[in-house]
Ligand binder design. Structure first.
Ligand SMILES: Cc1cc2nc3c(=O)[nH]c(=O)nc-3n(C[C@H](O)[C@H](O)[C@H](O)COP(=O)(O)OP(=O)(O)OC[C@H]3O[C@@H](n4cnc5c(N)ncnc54)[C@H](O)[C@@H]3O)c2cc1C
Length: 258
């Protein structure tokens, strides 16, 4: 029994990892925007690997506003909430949902749609080839945290999404390590601005785009890269950003196939 249990875990996990070593899309960060993007790309038949450095996916969505497990969405998100089967109440013209139910639903949807979700794995660098992002450099999070001198592995991808939230980890690493110019006003990372809800919600969708060949950005990382406002605990923009990221990445993949 013991051997069978161990073998079932080791063999099925390595099979999953091995199958995704060359993915269509690699998504970094399993917050709301990354989960939504992963789900839609997988639904379109793309091979999607999603790397999350924490043990639990979900990013900053679990805690709601100030640890009160409630998050509001704009009324236009009603069809999305109904599609994923999350219950809501109407308050102040907003759809209010339980943050735990919502986060669990997004994780369930992404994995059920075929996303390979790898937790406790940190993306620490990008792989560049001929002036284009061609993959990510990954290591176990506990190894990174302990500062152990252990070489990472490379997972190649035709498109990569930075959905790492406020830190915009991947874009900042790209800029720091390489003499490159982004498609931002200054050519570098502009930095997130102070809270302004309507502006932040509008901007997060606008800023969801390809920031360097092969590298897309979504969610709070998009606002940080393009210098837009944070929006506080309203989450419609995060879902719309994930939807837009998936559409742009899918179009880029299709263009490469034409
Ligand atoms: C301190 C703090 C402040 C917040 N302030 C705001 C705010 O002003 N406005 C707002 O709308 N929301 C805020 N939030 C709530 C929430 O984070 C966001 O609204 C929302 O969750 C952002 O979604 P996202 O998709 O951009 O990514 P996030 O939910 O932030 O998720 C990003 C995920 O990426 C993972 N990750 C990061 N780097 C790596 C890496 N190198 N490799 C692998 N995984 C990685 C993280 O572990 C995390 O799970 C805040 C949350 C926190 C914790």
């Amino acid at each position: 029994m013991e051997d069978r249990v161990t073998r079932s875990i080791v063999e099925s996990y390595t099979q999953k990892l091995s199958h995704h070593l060359a993915s269509d899309a690699v998504i970094v960060g399993a917050g709301p925007s990354g989960l939504v993007a992963a789900s839609l790309l997988a639904r379109r038949g793309r091979k999607v690997a999603l790397f999350e450095r924490s043990l639990a996916p979900g990013g900053g969505m679990w805690g709601g506003g100030m640890l009160m497990s409630r998050i509001p969405f704009q009324a236009e998100l009603l069809p999305f909430l109904e599609e994923i089967g999350v219950r809501h109440t109407l308050k102040e013209g907003l759809l209010v949902v339980d943050s735990i139910e919502m986060t669990a639903a997004l994780i369930q949807r992404a994995t059920h749609d075929g996303t390979a979700l790898f937790t406790c794995q940190s993306v620490e660098d990008l792989h560049l080839r001929r002036g284009r992002v061609a993959g990510v450099v990954v290591n176990w999070s506990p190894v990174v945290k302990a500062g152990l001198p252990v070489d990472p592995l490379v997972v190649s991808a035709r498109v990569v999404l930075d959905s790492t939230g406020h830190p915009a980890d991947l874009v900042k690493t790209l800029v720091r390590k390489n003499n490159i110019t982004l498609s931002t006003p200054s050519g570098g990372v502009e930095g997130e601005r102070s809270l302004e809800m309507e502006e932040g919600e509008r901007a997060v969708v606008e800023a969801t785009k390809e920031v360097f060949p092969g590298l897309f950005v979504s969610g709070m990382a998009a606002n940080a890269v393009f210098g837009f406002a944070r929006m506080g605990p309203i989450f419609g923009g995060m879902l719309l950003s994930g939807i837009k990221a998936a559409e742009l990445m899918d179009a880029s993949l299709a263009k490469g196939e034409a």
